[in-house]
Design a protein around this ligand. Sequence first.
Ligand code: KG4
Ligand code: ZN
Length: 354
Amino acid sequence: MLVLGIETSCDETAVALVDEGRHIRANLVLSQIDEHRPYGGVVPEIAARAHVEHLDRLVAQAMAEAGAGFSDLDGVAATAGPGLIGGVMVGLMTGKAIAAAHALPLAAVNHLEGHALSARLSDGLDFPYLLLLISGGHCQLLIVEDVGAYTRLGTTIDDAVGEAFDKTAKMLGLGYPGGPAVERAARDGDARRFELPRPLKGREGCHFSFSGLKTAVWYTVKKLGGDTQRLPRQMTADLAASFQAAVADVLCDRTGNAFASMRARHPDANDFVVAGGVAANDLLRARLGEVAGANGFSMTAPPPALCTDNGAMIAWAGIERLSRGMRDPLDAPARARWPLDPHAAKAPGAGAKE
Ligand code: KG4
Ligand code: ZN
């Protein structure tokens, strides 16, 4: 089975071809960073227009790279949400058009399911496993039992962890995109220089909170005079490192509670996956690997290029669904919001992001 995957839910236009033997035959990611940089973040209208401008060419390029024609495909997978709705519509409509024109089955893929199953593409992992999904829009702990079978143990009650990285980068004048910039700056920093809060650490349950940490970074920057001028390089590095250490502590603490919930439900399970854009961070990978080991779990993290948004994970989710006979109609809707576990209880105090 060979499937074309299309991803357009945020600021990456991505197309890939993947086969059911887990071979990635082409994987193209066109970042719109330069188009959004002047605004310090993703502008939805600019993103949607850029997807329109680049997607057709990228599909042709990916097909050529894979040495495949449309007649070689067994299906088309496109992200149908959640995400910036204009961009999602561009990718989903393109996927539908290709499916209709070549009489191929369509998989309207949940972007979060793409991240959730990415470790099965990279490492061939079996179900069930515990998943920490950390990205620009999400921070969730889920038990993954099968394709389409997700139980959410916890989520963020305010900001997503990637959002906290991006906002911290902005406050420190490190630019956009923020996650990699904070990680780079933190490399020369002293993580003990600034004392920052660890929201919800030590508390029961698996929910997260990052807005207090973000505010603490803001007050620290302000106190140091960094809101009116650029902080000295070492101070920026120390604050970036202190922030990253606080995030690591919180993620490890909350995931620690999730290991216990996973054991209660699946006593023999010992796989833990960390996925999503923030999982590209080396320090977080190392710290989470340690805490997994201490709890008797073995951690799998897809390579960084499969953690940040990409078309291969969407093509793979398409393969998983289509090979189980789960195909979608050509009027499948684009969705701005689409939870993986529709039965999950609302997080206490959760706002619109839920
Ligand atoms: O999964 P993703 O590519 O897009 C969403 O679905 O949101 O995640 C993007 C997020 C951004 O917030 C970005 O700053 C963050 O992942 N990110 C990182 C790193 N690389 C990307 N955060 C921390 N360290 C990194 N190395
Ligand atoms: Zn993503």
